[in-house]
Design a protein around this ligand. Structure first.
Ligand SMILES: [Zn+2]
Length: 101
């Protein structure tokens, strides 16, 4: 059993976990409910993704490498062509006029 990835961003872990499961690699998330701030240093309390099967760890790692860029790079802001509103990367639709990017 080996630790593949630690991040504060739980969503990234869930995305990665589902990618691994698609490939039939057993994995689980540890520290899913981090203790309250102040109890444990933050780098220890972050959620972790563990791979069950050591023999498939290298495979899991290469999947992780492929996903990493997307997981760690915040989506760029964009401007709505219809109304000129600046929107944050996580939105695919303009909140002001409903236009899509
Ligand atoms: Zn708009």
């Amino acid at each position: 059993m080996k630790k593949l990835y630690t991040t504060q961003n739980k969503v990234s872990l869930y995305v990665l976990q589902s990618r691994l499961k698609e490939q039939g690699i057993e994995c689980f998330i540890k520290n899913e409910q981090p203790p309250l701030a102040g109890e444990i240093p933050p780098d220890i309390a972050w959620p972790e993704l563990w791979v069950m099967d050591d023999e498939r760890f290298a495979e899991a790692e290469s999947i992780f490498e492929n996903e990493k860029m997307e997981l760690e790079t915040p989506k760029a802001n964009w401007m709505c062509i219809a109304c000129g509103e600046m929107l944050e990367g996580q939105f695919d639709v303009c909140w002001k006029c409903g236009g899509s990017r």
